[in-house]
Design a protein around this ligand. Structure first.
Ligand code: PEP
Ligand code: MG
Length: 327
């Protein structure tokens, strides 16, 4: 099996009926870009940048950001990179006690909400300056986390435009046409995905939070692990809606949550129309192997059938049996 996986690294992520799938990796630290490259990933579909804020006592400078991003670009050797702006709070809490203490941190002032607060705009702009400067050196896209409304997206894009003007005044180069995307990881953003699709170049479905917010279940609470599942019919319905709206608007859509790293869900996602996956970097060969064993009509039938199942258990059983019959 090891040998088979190793060989898969160099092969394209393509179904048996010749449909090309984009398969990238998720990283949290710059060094992990090496894994993406060595495992045959097409690029990085999700670069979580929280480590910059978690490893030091003081806030990262523009140069700290820039150095990290350039490091990843170099390691990726020309492959594309999606940088997600700061997603602190809830499960990504800095230990220095500087982050607001709230009764319900998962539902609180975190992530993009934190960044768009007037007081914190300078910190957001610092990161955006670094991302934009790095965009002159490699294939970079910007992604905003935890979007729930159209206003947030417009506000964030306005800040990007403003930072671009400053950079031009300061004589820095940047990709004037840099692609901007958002994470779809709340029920709200999934439900208004038709509106959001008009605002951005791409969606990336973050199933880790989407499950949490849809099922109202803490993603880290082990006592609720059986509720917390991508096999929940409500989650599948939301993903279906997002992909449909994205396609209608011509907006790219990727799945970057852990669901995409679980082999039994690959046929379902392909069947729903997903053609772009970003998975935990070490899982790339395994997921590629699954993609290379599937054809789209079979996947569409799987999605149609799974969409009619009423419980998590029946969905999971069906998807596991299906995968066993194929791979
Ligand atoms: C997600 O929520 O699915 C996701 C990819 O982001 P994170 O796990 O960093 O919250
Ligand atoms: Mg998330």
């Amino acid at each position: 099996v090891e040998q088979k996986l190793q060989k898969t690294c160099d092969l394209p992520a393509e179904t048996t009926d010749g449909v090309k799938v984009s398969l990238g990796g998720n990283i949290e630290l710059p060094q992990e870009a090496d894994i993406v490259a060595s495992k045959g990933g097409e690029g990085v579909g999700l670069y979580r940048t929280e480590f910059l804020y978690l490893q030091n006592d003081k806030m990262p400078s523009e140069q700290d950001h820039y150095n990290a991003y350039l490091d990843v670009i170099r390691r990726l050797g020309g492959r594309p990179l999606v940088i997600r702006t700061m997603d602190l709070g809830a499960d990504k809490m800095p230990s220095d006690g500087k982050f607001p203490v709230e009764t319900n941190p998962v539902l609180g002032l975190r992530s993009i909400r934190y960044c768009l607060t007037t007081k914190n705009l300078p910190l957001f702009r610092t990161q955006l300056r670094a991302i934009l400067r790095a965009s002159a050196q490699g294939d970079i896209k910007i992604m905003f986390p935890l979007i729930t409304t159209v206003e947030e997206v417009r506000h964030a894009k306005m800040v990007v435009r403003d930072v671009m003007e400053d950079l031009a005044d300061d004589g820095f180069d940047y990709d004037f046409n840099i692609k901007i995307g958002i994470m779809i990881e709340t029920p709200s953003s999934a439900l208004i995905s038709a509106f959001l699709a008009k605002e951005v170049d791409f969606f990336s479905i973050g199933t880790n939070d989407l499950i949490q917010y849809t099922l109202a279940v803490d993603r880290a609470n082990e006592k609720l692990a059986s509720l917390y599942s991508p096999g929940q019919p409500a989650v599948i319905k939301l993903i279906k809606e997002v992909v449909r709206n994205a396609k209608k608007a011509g907006t790219d859509v990727c799945v970057c949550g852990e669901m995409a790293s679980e082999p039994e869900f690959v046929p379902l996602l392909l069947g729903l129309g997903v053609r772009s996956f970003s998975v935990a970097a070490p899982r790339i060969p395994e997921i590629k192997l699954v993609i290379r064993a599937l054809d789209i009509p079979t996947c569409e039938e799987v999605a149609r059938r799974a969409g009619c199942l009423e419980t998590r258990r029946s969905v999971i059983n069906y998807l596991r049996d299906t995968l066993m019959g194929i791979v």
